[in-house]
Design a binder for this molecule. Sequence first.
Ligand SMILES: [Fe+2]
Length: 310
Amino acid sequence: MFRQVHHMGIVVDDLERAKSVLGKAWGLTVNRDRTPGDEGVLDPTMNARMLEFPLGQAFVRVFKPQDDASPMARFLKEKPGGGGFHVSLITDTPEYDVSRLLNQGIKFWLPPNKKDWDGKSPVYLDPATTGGVIVQVWPDDGYVVSPQYRGEGVFSKLHHCGLAARTAHEAVEFWVNSVGCSVDSRRAPLPDGRRTGRDFDPNIPASDPVQLFDFPVGQTEIEISVPLDGRSGTGRFVERFAGTQPFAIHHICPYADDVERACARLNESGMQQIGALPERRPGNPRVGWYHPRSILGVLMEIWHDVPFDV
Ligand SMILES: [Fe+2]
C-alpha cells in the first residue's frame, strides 16, 4: 500500500531562487547527503539538476531542466517560472501496487514498460492515464534523513499536496479505485466531501467555495478541491485544464506549529501573502495563502490546527 507521500516535485528555472525560497523563507535545509553541491545532483531520468529539502517525513524536490526537450523542459516552456510537476508516493508493496495500477489501465511512463523496471526503482506513471497529474511510485528504500537536515522548524511536515479536480466523481474514482487510497470519511464523507469558502467574493482571494476530499497517506494527505464557483480562483484554475484532463497540481501545504511566526518569516522574506490569517477559533484550522509568483510558481497554503479546547 501507499504509506507516505515521498515528495512533491517542483520544476524551477533557477536553483538559487529555489534555495532562497525554501531555505531562507521556509527555513528548510538542503539534504546534502543525497543532493550535495550547490548545483544539486543530476537526475538522469528527467535530465535535470535536483535539490532535495526534507519536510517532516516527506521532501520537497526542485528540478532545473538541463535541455530543451525533456518533459520538465517542455513543462517550463509552457509555464515560465516553473511550478508543481509531480507527486511521489512511497509504497512498501511495489509489485502489488504497480500490478493494481496496471490492472486499472494505468500505464508506465518512465521507464516506458514494466519489463524495463527492476522492481526497486521509482516509476513515473503515464499522465495520459492518471488524469493528467504526474504520479511517481517510490518503492520504500528505508531512508531516514539525518537530523542535521531537518530545517529550522518553521514548518514541521508536509500537511498536504493540493490537487484541483473538475469533478468529485473522477477524483474519487482515480484516488480510491486506481491508487488504493481511502477518503477520510470523518472529515470529508462521500459522496459530497467537506465544503469550505464563503460565497464568491472577488475582494477576498482565499474565499474560494470548493468541495474538498482528503486522502490521508501517512503523515501527509492528498487533498482534492472541486470548485463550486467558476469565477473563483480555483474555478478559473480548473477551467484552464478541464478541457484536456481531470486533475492538476494546485497547491502545496506545509504545517506550521506557530502559524503567525511562519507568516511573519515569509512576509519578511518578500513572499506575497494572499488575504490575511483568519482569527483563532477553537476547532478551526488557521490557514494562510501565498501567491505562486513568489513561491516558485506553486500556490502555497499554510496549515495550523487549533484545538477545540482553547
Ligand atoms: Fe489545501
